[in-house]
Design a binder for this molecule. Structure first.
Ligand code: FMN
Length: 335
């Protein structure tokens, strides 16, 4: 069901990508996505050194039952933080990754290096001009994320479905749509519109295979969509997160003039959230990437169970559309 250009390109069973999630997209979670028929991306930045990343890739390959898995290459705005990118790509290729999710600049050399190793690349961005540039530079596919996306959606203010509809008029390569997607009916809608897959992050945060503390996941499972908010807007690089005490603290600092990431000290680092919320369940501490699709996550359960329900709902959405189309063309329905 739902075979698309992207399921063919990446060899996954379902038109669902689990976008890379800093600290959380480890071997266990990415392999669980792979076994369930989706495609996930290990985040090398989450590891202390290349050896630890390589070990995670090996573990992922062993646990993936021969299904495809990928690597997320998130490039920083600061060039000095991208020194490791070539090595991460090489390790990923050597350890069996055949799909890369790239974010940030999209020079031809980046895609050439991945292609030379026999892998494919989907470039993720939030603006159509960036998507077109990446397409021209050789990206095999594009993932576009709307302003609803958890994490760093950039300064784009267009919602996922507006962005997607506009992009589909201009892109040649397959498109995955992300941001705010957390139900099967949304998946059906994205495919009906012409997208080749969806890309999701937030909806999977409460999965059993996500290593974060159960207290944190239980808290997330109770949150409505409105619990997602934009932090650090004064910096020009907003961060879509869980509304909590740290967000309120950064807003108080902004009211007093803070406007650059360093102005917020440790509060603006991902490590604070990792050590407090993920490791200890203290959901009030740290800026914790999360979008409004958290409103669709109501229990902790395995990745496989979430995906099965999503795809059943997507099938129901597709059947609904078929029935509507049939009804409107049936000669008996309009006497
Ligand atoms: C906890 C979390 C961490 C994330 N970390 C990264 C990251 O390191 N690199 C990246 O490219 N995207 C990251 N993202 C964005 C996701 O890959 C994906 O684009 C986004 O979650 C899709 O929108 P959704 O959250 O509304 O499903 C993160 C998202 C979340 C929720």
């Amino acid at each position: 069901m739902f075979q698309t250009r992207l399921t063919q390109l990446f060899g996954m069973r379902l038109p669902v990508l689990g976008g890379g999630m800093m600290w959380l997209s480890d071997a266990r979670y990415v392999a669980a996505l792979a076994r369930a028929g989706a495609l996930g991306f290990v985040t090398p930045r989450s590891y202390d050194d290349p050896a630890a990343f390589r070990a995670a890739m090996r573990e992922c390959r062993e646990a993936s039952d021969g299904r495809p898995f990928g690597v997320n290459i998130t490039q920083s705005r600061r060039a000095e933080e991208n020194r490791m990118v070539p090595e991460w790509i090489d390790i990923g290729l050597e350890e069996g990754a055949r799909c890369f999710e790239t974010v940030g600049p999209s020079p031809k050399e980046l895609f050439d290096r991945i292609h030379a190793g026999g892998a494919r690349v989907i470039h993720k961005c939030a603006f159509i001009p960036h998507a077109l540039k990446a397409q021209d530079a050789g990206a095999d596919a594009i993932a576009l994320v709307g302003c609803e996306a958890g994490g760093h959606p950039g300064t784009n203010e267009l919602p996922t479905f507006v962005l997607g509809a506009l992009a589909l008029e201009r892109l040649r390569v397959p498109l995955a749509l992300g941001g705010g997607i957390g139900t099967g009916r949304q998946i059906a809608a994205a495919l009906a519109m012409g997208a080749d897959a969806v890309l999701m992050g937030t909806r999977f945060l409460v999965c059993e295979e996500i290593w974060a503390h159960d207290d944190y996941k239980r808290h997330l499972a109770m949150q409505p969509a409105e619990a997602s908010t934009l932090a650090l807007q004064s910096t020009g690089h907003p961060w879509r997160v869980l509304d909590n005490a740290t967000v309120r603290c950064t807003r108080a600092m902004e009211a007093k003039g803070a406007s650059r990431y360093p102005d917020f000290g440790a509060l603006s680092t991902g490590r604070l959230g990792r050590d407090s919320a993920y490791a200890r369940g203290d959901w009030n501490t740290g800026l914790l990437s999360m979008g409004p699709s958290i409103g669709f996550a109501d229990r902790i359960e395995p990745v496989d169970a979430v995906l099965r329900r999503l795809m059943d709902d997507a099938a129901a959405g597709a059947a609904h559309l078929r029935a509507l189309a049939g009804a409107s063309t049936s000669p008996t329905s309009h006497p």
